[in-house]
Ligand binder design. Structure first.
Ligand SMILES: [Fe+2]
Length: 477
């Protein structure tokens, strides 16, 4: 059976297509429409998905009436209009159920504690599920307005960033701040995982003036309080379920600094590379399928074709320090993991500023390293793999790779094995043989605030507009 999963009418619309437990396609609407966090799917992404098969059923993320009732009671956007031009059975799955299914059914576990933390679903904001065999069962729920995600987003807005979009920037700013300065004040807003001072959905209205330096100190305090509440919540979830494996989903699972701490609580952790709402088109499809899906990696979106241009990448990095790559299928998830990436030499301290200039980002923003998995422990304080750039860890040799180490001495690491991405692994191996460093800087191929490049038109537009060559591995006719 072929199932089309759809997420739309909230931020990050997406489409997925699965067939008998194989993911045929999974992509983000914004990459096609060029509207960041696009709420709606478009003709192009639907057609791209349908190239891989014709659905027998459609699974929608969210229960429309339940969400509408929350919007009527509490306010919010209300232009709900599910529609799809194929006459097949349509099913709806709750917001947190879709998140839980996306996580558990793509995991290798048949026994796990599943935690979903986000801003808000229909009503649920924090849920704990038990996964056993092919069954997932709800064990705990916290409803709106108490919410980990709304807490983090409200402070994102307080310091002048875009809520629901730029939380990752606040996380990066935390490294520059003094967490102690505002800890008490922030802690009072969120004293326990199930208690908050007020409804953060309406923003923070009683803080007063926020200076530029305050922004970094507030970010640091918010990150600290968030990590402490997360720690409490996860310990509660572990004792509630009695499980040693964790599946973590929802937008909060994108907080890579906090995620690292979870290895102190659970033996094994799986965070699907698209844990936020964009990942829930796959979640809705998985919930309808109701069984584990064969997970072969995140390269599930638009297919540019081409052979990964291994030698060209290595040559250009050794010559120029920076290279742009767009090859094969786009990543499903917010991180570029090699197929829509800018790769650069991490040894050069000036590279960070050069890449930030290309991407038009704030100069304080850190960059992530991609490392051959078997070398990761020699360069970073980690005894686990991080294939999707989901954990921030201490760098052991920061003086050798200054451009991928944050001001607080940490790096958000992507580990790569031969199976995971043979082309990227070979690039790293060749760079390692030439330099002794099995690491490159890896950042998304986009301009700040814009979606990642998707198709050949994007590649040509970028090259014409910015004057940079992009390696595609496609041989000209
Ligand atoms: Fe969500």
């Amino acid at each position: 059976m072929i199932i089309l999963g759809i997420n739309e009418t909230s931020h990050d619309a997406s489409v997925s297509l699965i067939k008998d437990g194989e993911v045929l396609f999974a992509g983000h609407a914004e990459r096609y429409s060029k509207k960041k966090n696009d709420w709606y799917n478009n003709r192009e992404i639907i057609l791209d998905a349908l190239n891989y098969g014709t659905p027998d059923a459609i699974a929608y993320y969210e229960k429309p009436l339940l969400k509408k009732s929350r919007i009527i009671i509490h306010g919010g956007a209300s232009d709900w209009k599910p529609k799809f031009p194929i006459n097949v059975p349509v099913y709806y799955f709750k917001h947190h159920h879709s998140h839980a299914a996306a996580g558990y059914y793509t995991s290798a576990f048949d026994d796990a504690c599943i935690v979903v933390l986000d801003a808000i679903g229909e009503f649920n904001t924090s849920t704990v599920w038990v996964g056993e065999g092919e069954k997932i069962k709800l064990r705990y729920k916290q409803n709106y307005p108490v919410s980990f995600g709304l807490f983090y987003s409200a402070f994102t807005q307080l310091i002048g960033l875009m809520p629901n979009q730029e939380e990752y920037i606040m996380m990066g700013m935390a490294g520059y701040g003094d967490w102690k300065k505002y800890y008490k004040k922030v802690d009072d807003y969120f004293p326990s995982y199930d208690k908050q001072k007020y409804n953060f959905h309406k923003g923070i209205t009683d803080w007063g003036f926020v200076s530029e330096q305050d922004k970094f100190d507030i970010a640091a305090a918010v990150q600290m309080v968030y990590e402490q509440r997360l720690n409490q919540f996860m310990r509660m979830a572990k004792s509630l379920t009695g499980k040693n494996n964790l599946v973590f989903m929802g937008g909060c699972a994108l907080n890579s600094s906090a995620n690292t701490l979870l290895w102190n609580i659970f033996d094994m952790i799986w965070i699907m590379p698209n844990p936020g709402d964009a990942g829930s088109s796959l979640g809705a499809a998985a919930a309808l399928y109701g069984k584990h899906i064969n997970w072969n990696g995140p390269y599930l979106g638009h297919d540019l074709g081409g052979d990964y241009p291994i030698q060209q990448i290595v040559n250009d990095i050794l010559k120029d320090g920076i290279v742009a790559v767009a090859s094969g299928r786009a990543e499903y998830g917010p991180r570029a993991l090699g197929n829509r990436s800018i790769l650069a030499d991490p040894r050069d301290p000036s590279i960070k500023d050069k890449v930030n200039l290309i991407k038009q980002r704030e100069l304080f923003r850190p960059f992530a390293p991609v490392v051959m998995a078997e070398h990761a422990h020699k360069w970073f304080d980690m005894d686990f793999e991080s294939p999707y750039m989901q954990y921030t860890v201490k760098c052991i040799q920061p003086e050798k790779i200054p451009s991928v180490v944050h001001v607080d001495g940490t790096s958000r690491v992507q580990t790569v094995t031969k199976d995971q991405h043979p082309g990227l692994y070979r690039v790293l191996n060749k760079f390692y043989l030439q330099t002794g460093v099995p690491i490159l800087l890896n950042t998304s191929l986009n301009i700040k605030g814009q979606p990642l490049l998707n198709d050949m038109k994007d590649v040509l537009d970028w090259q014409a507009h910015y004057g940079y060559n992009i390696l595609t591995g496609i041989t000209p006719l």
